[in-house]
Ligand binder design. Structure first.
Ligand code: SF4
Length: 458
């Protein structure tokens, strides 16, 4: 019997599939709905993850491809699904996301949608946006940006120059988006946030159930993005082919500022400087005070963080920003792992770690079964990432700080603030306090072993 090669096999991968990211992007658009073209399981899996993370009802339709649709094509299933969805939800935008199955049988979703619009006479009544998101091609990270790019390609128009600043956000929390808006409002009241999940996935309680949650980026704002003053794209690592900001730059000449997630001093400064440069406004006193408070907090905690050796895992963008925060504060990000492929992530983190005389190992396209033994070998004492790391936490007994997506073993993920000076300081305090707890939890045992036992033996 020939020996199987497991070298490229992922066990418990540190990623989710492309339509997951695409769904998250569409959830930030006003009056939008999603239909996943494939088997029902794909949509159930995505719905379940999003609902558990945000603690909100999450509706995602499915074209429910069966054996027949798989063999003869799923056009009629998709059209039926779209018809039902429009009747029940009356959305303004529909994202049609493909799956492994739909892509493998070579479904022409663009063609099916064109036919459907003509048959149902829907031109100008609803925007139906096809996004090719085969689960096997990339991860939720690429799916998220690609869906945003497709929205912009389908909706942005050749418009006269306007005063708006486009801010394309990455996989941050609802509270983070509120904070990004607050910071941006110091520079301009004309901001387009794409996508804006701050209300749709963190909605206030109401006694009446609404099928489509209010909030999200308005379609007429996306249309204006082609005439904006600039695009600030939080996505330093995303490839051009997936980048909405790159499309706006190449098609409409909108200047593009590609930046990292504003976590940590360097990257928050970068975000604020970009806004200041675009608007020609000086940085306001209030933000300077917040920066000063963050510096003060960094001084308070620096003596504890030197003992921190971290393993960070999740999407490339969050990995980069959190590693940067750790490095700036003396906590060594010894292991950085992502399920995506990103050479740039490795280059940037290694270069920054070197500047601070730290050594770091960056694992791309990797999984938790690779990480787990390395946590022990590298003396990791703090894990930072999504709930998917909880099995490693249980096995190796190292505390886990939940950041990123998905978080389903705790509540409040959508309310955590991680960006800006305030959010960075909150996250830094959480990391420092976790390390302090570790020290306090076992210092009596360690003192006993290190001092008292040798004295007894002497
Ligand atoms: S990996 Fe493919 S089959 Fe699995 S949920 Fe994603 S799209 Fe569906």
């Amino acid at each position: 019997m020939s020996k199987r090669n497991y070298t490229n096999l992922n066990v418990n991968p540190c990623k989710m599939c492309m339509p997951m990211g695409g769904s998250l992007a569409f959830k930030g658009i006003e009056k939008s709905m999603i239909i996943i073209h494939g088997s029902q399981g794909c949509s159930t899996y995505i719905r379940r993850h999003i609902a558990a993370h945000y603690n909100e009802p999450v509706d995602i339709a499915s074209s429910s491809l069966t054996e027949e649709g798989t063999v003869y094509g799923g056009s009629s299933n998709l059209k039926k699904g779209l018809k039902n969805l429009i009747r029940l939800y009356q959305p303004s935008v529909i994202g049609v996301l493909t799956t492994c199955l739909a892509e493998t049988i070579g479904e022409d979703i663009q063609g099916i949608i064109r036919e459907f619009i003509l048959e149902e006479d829907l031109e100008d009544k609803v925007h139906i946006i096809p996004v090719s998101t085969p689960g096997y091609q990339a991860t939720q990270y690429e799916g998220y940006y690609y869906a945003l790019r497709q929205m912009v390609e389908n909706l942005a128009e050749e418009v006269a120059h306007n005063e708006y600043i486009n801010i394309v956000v990455s996989d941050v929390t609802c509270e983070d988006i509120r904070e990004l808006k607050r910071i941006a409002s110091f520079f301009s009241d004309k901001i387009i946030i794409l996508p804006d999940i701050s209300d749709t996935l963190d909605a206030p309680y109401t006694s009446e159930y609404s099928k489509l949650l209010s909030g999200g980026t308005k379609i007429n704002k996306i249309k204006l993005m082609g005439g904006a003053r600039a695009t600030v794209e939080i996505g330093a690592l995303i490839k051009d082919a997936y980048s909405p900001g790159k499309y706006l730059e190449e098609t409409y000449g909108v200047p593009l500022y590609k930046i990292s997630v504003p976590i940590g001093l360097e990257y928050v400064d970068e975000f604020i400087k970009a806004l200041s440069q675009i608007t020609h406004k000086t940085i306001p006193k209030e933000l300077e005070l917040e920066r000063g408070r963050m510096l003060d907090g960094m001084i308070d905690s620096h003596k504890y963080n030197g003992e921190g050796v971290g393993a960070i895992f999740g999407s490339p963008e969050l990995n980069l920003a959190i590693s940067s925060l750790c490095i700036e504060n003396g906590l060594t990000p010894k292991l950085v792992m992502t399920g995506s492929k990103s050479k740039k992530l490795k280059e940037i983190i290694e270069e920054k770690a070197k500047r601070f005389h730290m050594e770091t190992i960056v694992l791309e396209d990797s999984d938790f079964s690779t990480l787990q033994p390395m946590v022990k070998q590298c003396g990791i004492n703090i894990l930072i990432g999504s709930s998917d790391g909880k099995f490693v936490k249980e096995k190796v007994k190292v505390p886990l700080i939940r950041v990123g997506f998905p978080i389903h073993d705790q509540i409040g993920a959508q309310r955590k603030l991680n960006v800006g000076y305030k959010g960075s300081l909150r996250l830094l305090d959480e990391m420092t306090n976790t390390l302090m707890d570790l020290k306090h939890d076992d210092y009596r045992d360690r003192m006993y072993d290190d001092y008292y036992t040798p004295l007894l033996k002497a």
